[in-house]
Design a protein around this ligand. Structure first.
Ligand code: PLP
Length: 410
């Protein structure tokens, strides 16, 4: 049975070349980058070389890059760092309903500290309106936080237009670019971005490392109290192997981006075309064209996302779903709900995200196997209008009780 990984928005494997570059920093060059001896100095130089690579990839200056433990930390640092440093200027933050929880929960935490948060809606394609951003800005607004592309539905936001507005109004703009760095061209200077978060493990780098770009001159304060690492912006002994890995991974992704993303987009379009033509009651979610080149997200009516994933896994295919049919909550994705998708449809979400290991054969295999899975699951699904299941019996699709479905009001 083939092994196919279609879950690259969730994480990617660390490339061999990247792991090889990292290895010496676990072993012989293990010194603390803050130490004066030669192994420490070598580690320090490696961090600075990685900083230059990350800066180069996004059109920043090396001094504007701060290494973090990943995208989540970078996002927390950006949002809380701007809010707390600028609270004398204003207490209003603007974000949108389909942000990653790192953003949404940072904003929620700030609301408890007394900040006002406006959560903008998105349209049916998951798109934020730049005009809505402009209208929401008040004389109290200090930060606009809108992601570059969404991980669940792949929609790419009009961040350049938003950045033009924030610049005009004197408001800082942060974007979560965890899904786009290394996949879409980014130049923070040209795009007018003040702060940008990125993550290593989305681009074939290691897990547990990321970076925050903070434009020179932006008033911001650090999250952690501690030592003077990262020019006082992020305390704690640096993850030297991880940082080295992030630098190499991003350098490779940037070099290969154009060719690789064109190849991805072709595979993506074949998948979408094949799925929509072979399986009835199936819908593409997210923007039809303005979407990540490696991203396919669908609603497969009448089958819970989890049962799709289990059946796919049994066929050697790894994918993901936006819904979370866990702990009996049956709570579907906040992203799909914000796009106006009804609960019962949102439960049938499937996300297929492509990567450098995927080939045309993988798409063909998927298109052979998946329609059969859908047919089988639908034939036993109580959600399918044609199938009768007595109340109180176990749902063959999501393995929950039918009464759970009723309790969601769907
Ligand atoms: N933002 C987006 C859009 C993501 O997809 C992710 C990863 O799931 C994150 C932030 C968080 O990144 P990390 O896993 O490095 O903390």
């Amino acid at each position: 049975m083939p092994k196919i990984y279609f879950d690259h928005v969730t994480t990617t494997p660390t490339r061999t070349e990247v792991a090889q570059e990292m290895w010496p920093y676990f072993t012989e060059i293990f010194g603390n980058p803050g130490s004066f001896h030669s192994t420490g100095r070598q580690a320090y130089s490696a961090i600075e070389a990685a900083r230059a690579k990350v800066a180069q990839a996004i059109g920043a200056k090396p001094a504007e890059i701060v290494f973090t433990s990943g995208g989540t930390e970078a996002i927390n640092m950006a949002i809380k760092g701007i809010a707390r440093a600028n609270k004398k200027k204003g207490n209003h933050i603007i974000t949108c309903a389909i942000e990653h929880h790192a953003s949404l929960n940072s904003c929620k935490a700030l609301a408890k500290e007394g900040f006002e948060v406006t959560v903008l809606p998105v349209d049916a394609n998951g798109m934020v309106s730049a005009a809505d951003v402009a209208r929401a800005i008040t004389d109290q607004t200090i930060l606009v936080n809108i992601m570059h592309a969404n991980n669940e539905v792949g929609t790419i936001q009009p961040i350049e237009e938003i950045a033009r507005i924030t610049k005009e109004k004197g408001v800082f703009f942060h974007t979560d670019a965890c899904q786009t760095v290394g996949r879409l061209p980014i130049n923070v200077e040209e795009m007018g971005i003040d702060l940008l978060s990125l993550s290593g493990h989305k681009i074939y780098g290691p897990k547990g490392v990321g970076a925050l770009y903070i434009r020179k001159g932006v008033k911001w304060q650090p999250l952690f109290n501690g030592g003077a690492q990262e020019r006082l912006r992020r305390s704690g002994t640096e993850n030297v192997p991880g940082i080295v890995g992030l630098g190499v991974a991003l350098e490779l992704a940037t070099v290969e981006m154009e060719k690789e993303m064109a190849r991805m987009a072709d595979l993506r379009d074949r998948l979408v075309e094949g799925l929509l033509s072979k399986i009835k009651r199936t819908k593409l979610t997210g923007h039809p064209t303005n979407r990540l080149p490696n991203h396919v997200s669908l609603l497969i009516e009448f089958i819970e996302g989890e049962s799709q994933l289990l059946s796919l896994d049994a066929k050697g295919i790894a994918a993901s779903t936006g819904s979370a049919c866990t702990s009996g909550s049956l709570e579907p994705s906040h992203v799909l709900l914000a796009m106006g998708i009804p609960h019962e449809q949102a439960h049938g979400s499937l996300v297929l995200s492509l990567g450098r290991d995927n080939q045309l054969e993988d798409v063909e295999y998927f298109l052979t196997v998946f329609p059969e899975i859908v047919e089988r699951l639908r034939s036993i699904s109580p959600l399918d209008e044609d199938v009768e299941l007595p109340v109180g019996t176990t749902c063959g699709s999501c393995h929950s009780f039918r009464s759970c479905r009723d309790s969601t009001g769907s």
